[in-house]
Design a protein around this ligand. Structure first.
Ligand code: ZN
Ligand code: ZN
Length: 344
């Protein structure tokens, strides 16, 4: 079956925890702006699932991925977890393992959280990398990217023009991702961590309609079951594709990234982002962008090909490594592919 591309938003808080908007209203907005899916992530609750909201809402698929972890402690998203309350009091590593044992697919949230330098808040970075019960990490988070530069004199921009503060994924997060990928596949997600509170009852901070236009994760997978009763099967299939890294992350407000592809062709086989194989001579990487941009292909964090203003790239694979692609559009961070892994 031919693959389809599904672009969606991940890590959105609703009124089931500390978000400012009821889940139903968020789903209406997601459908209105044309998202194919949205992962609703509330602190320590699967209220979205209990309310029967997982499944199709028009052409938008709602998934539930509770955010596990205590206030001002490390967090992870547990996609598919039905009972996050049961993890109360566990260490981050023990909670990861318990969630995985309950069938969840875990993704480390904001591994390097916003610094909020001028505001003296302590970051909630993930620190225990002896933990292995996760299939991916958030490589780029909208609110954390904006807040990372939220020194007091920039507060007008933080409030009114947050996109002007976007700098891209944190370099240490990308370096960490590349390092983790040396020993196993680790899927990269784009996240929002949006709460959309009302300020003084007058002004909505970061309205979902605006934020849904920014960082999207594009999943490439076989067509999801879409008939009315198929919501649970569609959720499972999409979570599996996210966990497999069959996806890329893009800031679609700069330009729609749909149609981007990064693949490898070799002796009798083709690989797409997220996949791995044993290295052998004769492999080539191919990239295709929906519009001209500046692209870089990296091998184990080091650039091995940089092209300006191009829509295609082709590179012979010189040896084992974690190969991924970054594209910038007019100097701004745009597309980040999941890696293709060539093992020694
Ligand atoms: Zn968090
Ligand atoms: Zn969050």
């Amino acid at each position: 079956m031919a693959d389809r591309e599904y672009a969606g938003a991940i890590h959105v808080h609703t009124a089931f925890s500390d978000g400012g908007t009821p889940a139903e209203a968020i789903l209406d907005v997601a459908a209105h702006v044309g998202l194919d899916f949205v992962v609703l992530s509330d602190h320590k609750t699967a209220g979205v699932r209990r309310a029967g909201l997982v499944g199709w809402h028009g052409r938008t698929l709602c998934l539930c991925g509770p955010e596990v972890g205590e206030l001002r402690r490390p967090h992870f998203l547990a996609l598919g977890l039905t009972d996050p309350e049961s993890l109360e009091g566990l260490s981050p590593k023990a909670a990861l393992e318990a969630a995985q044992n309950r069938g969840a697919h875990n993704f480390i949230a904001h591994p390097h959280a916003a610094r909020l330098r001028g505001l003296q808040r302590k970051p909630v970075d993930w620190s225990d990398w002896t933990a292995t019960a996760f299939c991916g990490i958030e490589i780029w988070s909208y609110v954390h990217d904006v807040f990372d530069r939220a020194v007091p004199w920039r507060l007008p921009l933080v409030a009114l023009a947050p996109r002007r503060l976007i700098t891209g994924p944190r370099p240490e997060t990308l370096a960490l991702w590349d390092r983790l990928g040396l020993s196993r596949r680790v899927a990269g997600l784009g996240a929002l961590d949006n709460h959309a509170h009302m300020l003084l009852g007058l002004f909505e901070v970061y309205p979902h309609a605006d934020v849904f236009e920014t960082i999207r994760t594009h999943v490439v997978c076989p067509e999801l079951p879409a008939d009315g009763a198929a919501g649970a099967a569609a959720e499972t299939a999409l979570i599996d594709a996210l966990a497999a890294g069959s996806a890329f992350v893009a800031f679609d407000a700069w330009a729609d990234s749909s149609g981007f592809r990064f693949a490898a062709e070799g002796p009798g086989a083709t690989l797409s982002f997220g996949q791995e194989t044993r290295f052998a001579p004769g492999w080539h990487l191919h990239a295709q962008l929906p519009r001209p941009a500046d692209l870089t292909i990296l091998r184990d964090s080091l650039p091995v090909l940089s092209l300006r203003n191009t829509r295609t790239a082709d590179l012979a694979v010189a040896g084992p490594g974690v190969y991924r692609l970054e594209a910038r559009l007019n100097g701004r961070p745009w597309i980040f592919s999941n890696p293709i892994y060539f093992r020694p």
